[in-house]
Structure formats: C-alpha cells, structure tokens
Ligand binder design. Structure first.
Ligand code: XMP
Ligand code: MG
Length: 179
C-alpha cells in the first residue's frame, strides 16, 4: 500500500497538531451553543473522530453520505444524498465537517439543503482545500491545509475505497489511476 504513494504531503503528527488547533477554534467559537457537527461520509470520518476528541464543549454529531467520485478522480457534478441526517437541523448551529473541498459542488449542495431546513447557522471546517479547482464561489470558515491540484489519499481519503487507513496524507502515484 505504502509503495503506491509518490510523496507524503502531511505526516500523522502534522495532521494531529492541525486537527487540535481546529478543535480549539471550534470549541471557543461555539461555547454554550451546542453545535451539531455534520460529518460528510465517508472521507471525513477519521477527521471527524479526531476533531471531535479535540472539542471541549458540549456538542453533537450526525452523519450524512453523498454521492462520491466512485472510482474516478473527478467530480461528476451530480450530488445525491445516500444517507441523510438522523436529527432535524432546524434552529441548530451546524458545522459541516469535510475532508477536502475540490470543485466545491458537494459543499454548495449541502449548504443549500441545510439552509432550506432552517438551520440557525451553517459553517464549514475542511481539513484540506484545493482552491485551484473551484467551480463555485465557496470558502470554508476554517481549514487545515491548502493543497496543490493533485489527487491525495490517506486519513480517510480514498481512491476506489482504498488507502483510507493510511495515517498520513500523500499523493497517489499517477500510474495507479491511469492504468
Ligand atoms: P467537490 O468537487 O464536490 O468534491 O468539492 C469534494 C469531494 O471529492 C472528493 N475528493 C477527493 N477525494 N482525494 C480523495 O480521496 C482527493 O484528492 C479528492 N479531491 C476531492 C472528496 O470525497 C470530497 O469530499
Ligand atoms: Mg468527502
């Protein structure tokens, strides 16, 4: 598995330090407001778990799954809810927890859905941001790392469902997805 990685972008230690910083920020920002953290499955599940352990105030989690790239590395532009939230978001202070923002299509769709359900506030925390690939005008409220336009895997991020269990994030060798 490790041999399929061309370059490590962020080590486990660097990621953990950044996730703690983000947890501190969210804890301060939402003190006394019982935020609902919405994890976007599957890619964000490891980030969500680590982030949640670094949130020191009362807060809740829920999970949502939307259509992914499948075995491709580009967004189809079609977003579909595969698994919806269990709890109503009306009046809630929602924090969308995303692994990576690429075109921004997934996120703009989710924000739209949650707005229509009358959330009190909606913010976004993304561990990785690829601003160079944006097709919609959208910025996360908080982000971990800005990354170049390369397909990355690890720490929850997959290629065809593999590599999510790498504790670091790296660039996949192009021959893995071009052959
Ligand atoms: P959009 O284009 O809607 O895409 O912002 C966001 C979702 O696309 C996936 N994605 C990636 N997954 N490595 C991955 O493993 C990547 O480099 C990558 N770029 C985008 C991811 O699921 C994200 O939530
Ligand atoms: Mg995702």
């Amino acid at each position: 598995m490790r041999n399929d990685i061309e370059e490590v972008l962020y080590t486990e230690e660097e990621i953990q330090a950044k996730v703690k910083e983000l947890g501190d920020i969210i804890s301060k920002e939402y003190e006394g407001r019982n935020p609902l953290l919405v994890c976007v499955l599957k890619g964000a599940f490891i980030f969500m778990a680590d982030l949640f352990k670094n949130i020191t105030i009362h807060s809740e989690v829920d999970f949502m799954a939307v259509s992914s790239y499948g075995a491709s590395t580009k967004s189809s532009g079609v977003v579909k809810i595969i698994k919806d939230l269990d709890v109503p978001v009306e009046g809630r202070n929602v924090v969308i927890v995303e692994d990576i923002i690429d075109s921004g299509l997934t996120l703009s769709y989710l924000i739209d859905v949650l707005e229509r359900r009358n959330a009190n506030s909606i913010s976004v925390v993304a561990l990785f941001d690829k601003p160079g690939r944006r097709t919609v005008d959208l910025e996360p409220d908080w982000k971990g790392f800005t990354i170049p336009d390369a397909f990355v895997v690890g720490y929850g991020l997959d290629y065809a469902e593999k590599y999510r269990n790498l504790p670091f994030v790296g660039v996949l060798k192009p021959e893995i997805y071009t052959t």
